[in-house]
Design a protein around this ligand. Structure first.
Ligand code: TYM
Length: 331
């Protein structure tokens, strides 16, 4: 039986990267096994968050999950901090994780930058919490964007370390699932950088709540080169911005990059960009409208999350009870 777990931080506006690299790929998985989709607020506080925005963003992520087609009848939608076993297991796993493993994590190096000495301990140990999220549910499959690959390898290593220390077969080793046509959506201002909620330039990303006009404007202003679109995928590899826009088009149209080039080879960006905006709006506008509709009833959203919390807690407690016994904690 497949157990699927994934999560998104409520730390900023959700982007097209989160949608194409993660949420969109979760939809078909819900019917293939037991699926848990989490809003990982404990991860979000590894960098300072304004309390009021953290609350509203948590609800916004939940509303976007629902609006994108995650069905609470099929999948458990819940908030990480409402299931305290995540933090408890993270502590236990942190006692088994060598510092050397964490020192290899590129995301910490990127996020901490030159301020390494000022960076919070939580930012450093963040991947251990992520491993706890996954292992707590004996997850078999973790659908994520490409940037999470290293963290998932670490989660497997940490599961192995626990199994070696306590019981060879205890934790399931989770498989990363890097799915879809656009597992790494790039910035609209620089095709060599990932599209990110934390980029200081809003023009670098499409936010899930952007209006039609904002989408048009951002695509119009997206960095490109003066050449027309080429015939082959190989010719795109040296043109990161062109490659990114064509890949985004393909992911939104559910077709291959080859197919997009077949249609647009020889076209200038002045022709391609309006087509891309139109397609993007046709996909995102209904999700945005449904997200807004869901956000109007906060009580309904919160009660849905509480029901998710109950279901997730039941599963988490089973794992943690066994972990505590294996370690030798009194029950
Ligand atoms: P986060 O919140 O940065 O991103 C959430 C999901 O969106 C994907 N993603 C992208 N995919 C393609 N292109 C992009 N530009 C892009 N930006 C983001 C991410 O790969 C991710 O799948 N550490 C995680 C959250 C997390 C988690 C977990 C994930 C915590 N615990 C357990 C899976 C399992 C994170 O920061 O994602």
């Amino acid at each position: 039986m497949k157990r699927i777990f994934s999560g998104i931080q409520p730390s900023g506006n959700l982007t097209l990267g989160n949608y194409l690299g993660a949420i969109k790929n979760w939809i078909p998985l819900q019917s293939q096994g037991e699926a848990l989709f989490c809003i990982v607020d404990l991860h979000a506080i590894t960098i300072p968050q304004d309390p009021a925005s953290l609350k509203s963003r948590t609800l916004e992520v939940a509303a976007t999950y629902l609006a994108s087609g995650i069905d609470p009848q099929n999948a458990i939608i819940f908030v990480q901090s409402q299931v305290p076993q995540h933090a408890e297991l993270a502590w236990i796993l942190s006692c088994l994780t060598p510092l050397g493993w964490l020192n290899r994590m590129t995301q910490f190096k990127d996020k901490a930058g030159k301020q390494r000495e000022q960076a919070a301990l939580g930012l450093y140990s963040y991947p251990v919490l992520q491993a706890a999220d996954i292992l707590l549910y004996q997850t078999t499959h973790v659908p994520v964007g490409e940037d999470q690959k290293q963290h998932l390898e670490l989660a497997r290593d940490i599961a192995g370390a626990f199994n070696r220390a306590y019981n060879q077969d205890f934790f399931t080793l989770p498989e990363p699932q890097i799915l879809g046509i656009a597992p790494r959506v790039m910035s609209l201002r620089d095709g060599t950088k990932k599209m990110s909620k934390s980029d200081p330039s809003d023009l670098s990303r499409i936010n899930m709540m952007d209006s039609d006009e904002e989408i048009n404007q951002k695509i119009r202003k997206a960095k490109t080169d003066p050449e027309p679109l080429p015939e082959s995928v190989e010719e795109l590899t040296t043109r990161p911005e062109a490659q990114n826009l064509v890949t985004i088009y393909a992911a939104l149209a559910n077709c291959s990059v080859e197919k997009v080039l077949e249609e647009y080879k020889g076209s200038l960006f002045s022709v391609f960009k309006p087509q891309l905006s139109e397609l993007m709006i046709s996909v995102l506008a209904p999700i945005r409208a449904e997200t807004k509709r869901r956000l109007q009833d906060k009580n309904e959203l919160e009660s849905l999350l509480r029901s998710g919390q109950q279901k997730a807690s039941e599963k988490a407690q089973v794992t943690l009870k066994e972990v505590r016994e294996l370690i030798g904690f009194l029950s």
